[in-house]
Design a protein around this ligand. Structure first.
Ligand SMILES: C[S@@+](CC[C@H](N)C(=O)[O-])C[C@H]1O[C@@H](n2cnc3c(N)ncnc32)[C@H](O)[C@@H]1O
Length: 258
């Protein structure tokens, strides 16, 4: 009886909203900028240069593959956005199906590695006002912006018919989530299918990233604008055991403008 109660409590914890504060960080993560803020860009760029990228998957994401028909919904040649894209192979898989891909990542190395790993010829162009660089496949089907997501807007590529948010909202420090959602909300076209992969665990046991994102967090960020449906669940406990987490799920939410 007691065991069942403990198990239930663990799951209850996963449903609570994440406090919008900066989480505890290890010493190496506590790099700050000159104004004393946590150096988020430096942290991620360092992870790419030191090849500390366990989040990268060599195969298409299992839930994207499983729910691809719902995500694409019979539409041809749609524009799909990958916020905080890294070198995600899903971009190539969807480009091969005839869709147009746009990604944004702060780490130049991630974007270079994407094109070399995928054997794709590409061009690099400086963006105006020193905002960053544009890496584009020769056929123009994949455009990856090397820049801060918080400087990206619909002025670059308009709005999107679909967004695959994996390792994106989950990688944003909780206290900046509202700003993140402001950027994304502007990018949703009326027919947009927005899919979010949210990692859910007890945040007192692990500081993140990935940060804990509950269904209530997603409701708070997008609930006034979108319907939100949980469509899948993946057990990540085997991958996170070494980090002291026995209970961690990736839940997939499907959002549509109401
Ligand atoms: C957890 S990784 C996920 C990468 C990819 N979505 C995937 O699933 O493999 C998070 C990525 O976000 C990028 N990133 C973090 N903060 C960013 C920001 N403010 N603007 C643009 N990219 C950022 C990092 O460089 C890193 O590649």
């Amino acid at each position: 009886m007691e065991e069942r109660k403990q198990e239930r409590d663990k799951y209850e914890q996963l449903r609570r909203p994440t406090p919008l504060t900066e989480p505890n960080m290890t010493e190496s993560e506590k790099k700050t900028t000159s104004d004393g803020e946590f150096d988020e860009h430096g942290y991620w760029i360092n992870r790419w240069t030191t090849k500390n990228i366990p989040f990268h998957q060599e195969e298409m994401h299992v839930s994207l593959e499983k729910h691809l028909d719902k995500f694409i919904d019979g539409r041809n040649g749609i524009k799909i956005f990958f916020p905080l894209c890294g070198k995600c192979v899903d971009m190539k898989k969807l480009a091969d199906k005839g869709h147009n891909i746009v990604g944004v990542d702060i780490a130049e190395q991630a974007l270079q590695e994407f094109f070399t790993d995928q054997n794709l010829e590409y061009t690099v162009e400086e963006l105006k006002d020193n905002t960053g660089k544009l890496f584009a496949s020769k056929d123009g089907k994949i455009k990856l912006y090397c820049m801060d997501l918080f400087k990206f807007s619909k002025d670059f590529e308009g709005q999107f018919n679909a967004i695959w948010d994996r390792g994106a909202l989950a990688a944003i420090i909780p206290k900046t989530r509202i700003r993140y959602a402001q950027v994304i909300r502007e990018l949703l076209s009326p027919d947009c299918h927005y899919m979010i992969a949210a990692m859910q665990y007890d945040p007192s046991l692990f500081p993140g990233p990935p940060y804990n994102v509950t269904e209530e967090d997603i409701q708070n960020l997008y609930g006034d604008m979108c319907s939100i449906e949980e469509i899948d669940e993946n057990d990540y406990a085997p991958k996170f055991k070494d980090l002291g987490l026995d209970v961690i799920f990736e839940r997939i939410y499907f959002l549509k403008i109401k």
